[in-house]
Design a protein around this ligand. Structure first.
Ligand code: WT7
Length: 571
């Protein structure tokens, strides 16, 4: 592919520097450049917000630029510091302590970000939940994390089974005008009376900071636990990969309910002191482009599914907006199609830089740095300080072009420190000192990594990770459904869609209304993104003799592929 002719910043180093850095870099040295290095006592909220608010040249810069169809508001670093101090005081008043899990279940808003930093300031662990979650998804996460406090809105509170969550002692309601708040803590009222000063709780590098639930192929979603230490890598990748400088206007399209929305929607941009655009409300091509143009966004971090939608909306729409300020575009979450890269070169005059990482890894690991040659279809190369490889199932490294497990040598700062309450799950990620990602890939002779697929049954639909087990469990709760097997089916726009195979209970027959009812049942019970787009009724669900659903076989049926080894299939 031709590289672009326009003059984009090449980042802070050129290709040769990067190769040198890859050899020489170590995280310990970088750590020593942080002001907290000698005390070892830190707080992400201080580094991301208060540090800038204490700088006379920086305090009045807009930190948060919030825009939704109903509301537009901005907060400077100083204002964000004060608001989060106020909320930290509210938390103290209600006896929230270091290490407590405080969950947030609300749409993106200035209140969300003030609350989030307030939680960090008291040393508690923040657990943001995606606003589209329905009752089952909310319950699973609050139950497992034993959250003692939830911050939510009156509308979303309806999806919280409060009476069934014994650990959940306190609920803060945001925007509760006209609602009876006698059983709750009223955010607006408490904030009014709260002091704008607060003594931050200094924590250890290894103390908990944020928790995200993510799906595997078996069991309920798992609580991925991250610590303050991660800031080193959030800061470094913000600088190297997002190429942030202090006067950038940055927009990350991800919701903070997912890890991209915290690591790169909160931590990396504010550690680097940029103006961070937060957009609420629904997306449309017009509103995306309007956001980029209106706020003079310079750096944009988004996802392949969004880019594919923009591509199908056509280049002409893009050309109606002034996108000339957009200097750097990046993508994450699923394979970035080479067509999209080629299209963007034409439509935006910009290259798109793919990045690879996971909820578990906490920050980017394999990337395309601004100075690198982009090989469309490849995720790029490991960042300095990270060693990635392709290994076989016994943990032996494989030569270039051989497909295997994409694995990373242990020891990067932003790595999760636990799967909440499930040490055996955590340990199962490792072999011979390698963290095994669950993705299959190969490496070319120049060290570029090429994604091939997931090795487990995890589904990636529109960049969101869905565990088949969760969907199957919800399906069989429906009175008509006897058994269910769920797979991801390739789809041009969404990457994969969720397809469910079900068997019906006696007395039920195939009819379209019933199938739609079942679909709605998952949508309203679990969440919209987990609802199967296709449901097919079959006579049996293939299982192994030990009763495991053979999703691989379902997938082969669906795609008309050979069924492979079926020796373990039940009679
Ligand atoms: C899975 C992780 C943390 C980023 C958001 C997703 C897939 C991620 C890429 C990429 C191909 C990718 C992998 C990975 N994935 N980035 N650049 N190319 N696939 O986080 O929900 O934890 O999902 O997303 O399969 O394992 P997540």
């Amino acid at each position: 592919m031709e590289t672009t002719t326009i003059d984009v910043r090449q980042g802070d180093f050129n290709v040769e520097d990067v190769e040198t850095l890859r050899k020489d870099f170590n995280w310990e040295e970088m750590k020593a450049t942080f002001s907290w290095y000698h005390t070892g006592k830190v707080n992400m909220a201080y580094e991301a917000i208060d540090r800038h608010a204490e700088n006379p040249n920086k305090k009045d810069q807009i930190a948060l630029l919030y825009s939704s169809p109903k509301r537009e508001e901005s907060l400077t670093f100083d204002q964000l510091r004060k608001r989060s101090n106020q909320f930290a005081n509210v938390l103290k008043k209600y006896h929230v302590n270091k290490g407590d899990r405080v969950f947030l279940f609300m749409p993106r808003s200035p209140e969300f970000y003030a609350s989030f930093f307030g939680i960090l300031k008291v040393g508690a662990v923040a657990g943001p939940l995606f606003e589209a979650f329905m009752e089952q998804a909310v319950r699973d996460r609050l139950e497992d994390s034993q959250a003692s406090m939830l911050i939510t809105t009156p509308e979303l509170l309806e999806r919280v089974p409060v009476d069934e969550l014994p650990d959940l002692e306190k609920i803060v309601l945001v925007g509760a005008t006209g609602v009876d708040v006698s059983n709750y803590i009223d955010f607006d009222h408490e904030m009014e009376g709260a002091s704008e000063s607060f003594d931050i709780e200094w924590v250890d590098l290894e103390d908990g900071m944020v928790m995200h639930y993510t799906s595997g192929s078996t069991g309920k979603p798992k609580g991925v636990y991250h610590v303050h230490h991660a800031m080193i890598q959030h800061y470094a990748t913000g600088k190297w990969v997002l190429d942030l400088t202090e006067d950038d206007v940055y927009w990350c399209t991800a919701d903070p309910g997912w890890v991209t929305g915290t690591s790169y929607g909160i931590f990396a941009p504010w550690l680097n002191g940029v103006t961070n655009v937060i957009r609420g409300g629904r997306y449309s091509p017009e509103s995306w482009y309007e956001t980029l143009a209106k706020y003079d966004v310079t750096v944009w971090y988004t996802a392949p599914t969004a880019l594919r939608k923009l591509m199908s909306a056509g280049k002409d729409i893009a050309k109606q907006y002034d996108l000339s300020k957009v200097r750097h575009i990046l993508s994450v979450g699923e394979p970035l199609n080479p067509e999209v890269i080629t299209w963007a070169l034409d439509a935006y005059d910009r290259r798109i830089h793919d990045t690879w990482w996971m909820t578990e890894t906490g920050a980017m690991l394999i990337v395309n740095l601004p100075c690198m040659e982009i090989r469309p279809g490849s995720m790029g190369k490991p960042i300095p300080g990270v060693e990635a490889s392709i290994i076989d199932d016994d943990g032996n490294e494989l030569p270039p072009y051989q497909m295997g497990n994409l694995a990373v040598k242990e020891g990067w700062p932003s790595m999760m420190r636990a799967i909440w309450k499930r040490p055996e799950k955590y340990n199962s990620y490792f072999i011979n000192g390698w963290y095994v990602s669950g993705d299959s890939a190969y490496m070319d002779e120049d060290g570029y990594f090429w994604f091939q697929g997931r090795l487990d049954d995890v589904i990636n639909t529109s960049g969101e990770r869905v565990g088949p087990f969760e969907v199957e469990s919800k399906l069989i709760e429906h009175h008509a459904v006897s058994e269910a097997g769920v797979i991801g089916k390739p789809d041009a726009e969404r990457g994969e869609i969720i397809k469910a195979f079900i068997t019906l209970n006696p007395g039920y027959e195939k009819d379209d209304a019933l199938l739609e009812e079942i679909r709605q049942y998952v949508k309203t019970g679990l969440s919209a993104h987990a609802a199967p787009r296709e449901i097919e009724i079959t006579d049996t669900i293939p299982k192994t003799r030990s009763g495991k659903i053979m999703r691989r076989l379902l997938k082969s049926w669906e795609l008309g592929l050979p069924t492979g080894d079926t020796s373990t299939l039940e009679e």
